[in-house]
Design a protein around this ligand. Structure first.
Ligand code: HH2
Length: 285
């Protein structure tokens, strides 16, 4: 098996849309990173600049100040990715121990190639400060998949050893665009590039879960939608999901993996799923 991977979100920012300010200082950030690791995160994604709709850019020195000490400390315990669009921040994060560049600008593959590390290409239409103003596509699936596969091939040609593609849920997309991209994930997975998907707590889940008199369900009420869409994405072929709620997503990843290929489950997933069903045979209830 293979259990899909779980990427835990660690926003070292004052203004991220769902957890801004909670992990802005080093101590709570490290504690949360280690907690997510214990909950089953395979990768911790450290970011120092919010990309929420309307977010303003953060100066390079400030982004470095936020993320480097956290990466240095966490990389001793778990695989770390850095969520940045700045080449200098990417280089410094790799020197500090990160081994994956999570790149919403889909432009940093030369940095990944020269350092021999992994790279995630995400599709974004426009820039965070304006991307949700009036997103428009003639063919959202064709445009997003075409862009990602072209970037991914360029990265492979440049020598990047590990190339991921991410349809960029919420990055210049309406709820309908997001749902359409989720529906067509199998086609992206069929490209052969491993797919990463991040739906966690995003605005379209708030729209879909809105209660009476609410325009959107608040972030605190988006856990069911976050796990449902992460599970959907894994079943549709995503090899990794990016989530805030690691414990729940990790359990879901284990179940998805276990239902795929029972005899070959990876040791950790096997332990968890077998304990859950009460014995070494998955036939045991
Ligand atoms: N979403 C966010 C940030 N980075 N990276 C990838 N690969 N995929 C995503 O879907 C993705 C991402 C936005 O979420 P979050 O980090 O929680 O919020 P903010 O940007 O406000 O810090």
């Amino acid at each position: 098996m293979v259990r899909p991977l779980v990427m835990g979100v660690l926003n070292v920012t004052p203004d991220s849309f769902s957890d801004g300010g909670r992990y802005f200082d080093l101590e709570p950030a490290l504690a949360r990173g280690l907690e997510m690791t214990a909950e089953g995160a395979d990768v911790i994604d450290v970011g120092g600049e919010s990309s929420r709709p309307g977010a303003q850019p953060v100066p390079e020195a400030e982004e470095l100040r936020r993320v480097i000490p956290v990466i240095e400390a966490l990389a001793r315990h778990v695989r770390v990715s850095v969520d940045t669009t700045k080449p200098a921040v990417a280089e410094a994060a790799l020197s500090a121990g990160a081994t994956l560049l999570n790149d919403i600008s889909a432009s940093l593959w030369p940095v990944a190639a020269s350092n021999g590390v992994g790279w995630v290409a995400l599709h974004m239409s426009g820039m965070p400060c304006t991307m949700q103003d009036d997103p428009h596509y003639d063919d959202v699936v064709g445009e997003v998949h075409g862009f990602l596969i072209e970037r991914a091939r360029r990265a492979v040609d440049a020598g990047v050893p590990e190339v991921w593609v991410d349809p960029g849920i919420g990055f210049g997309k309406t709820a309908r665009h997001n749902l359409t991209l989720l529906h067509h994930l199998p086609a992206l997975a069929a490209s052969g590039f491993p797919v990463l998907v991040g739906t966690s707590r995003k605005g379209f889940l708030g729209l879909l879960a809105a209660g009476p008199g609410e325009k959107r369900a608040p972030v605190a009420k988006r856990l069911p939608g976050s796990i449902a869409t992460a599970t959907w994405a894994m079943l549709a072929g995503a090899a990794m999901v990016r989530v805030h709620d690691v414990a729940a997503a990790s359990q879901s990843a284990t179940l998805v993996g276990s239902t795929r290929l029972v005899p070959d489950v990876a040791p950790r997933a096997a332990r968890m799923s077998l304990e859950a069903v009460g014995g070494p045979e998955l036939g045991v209830r």
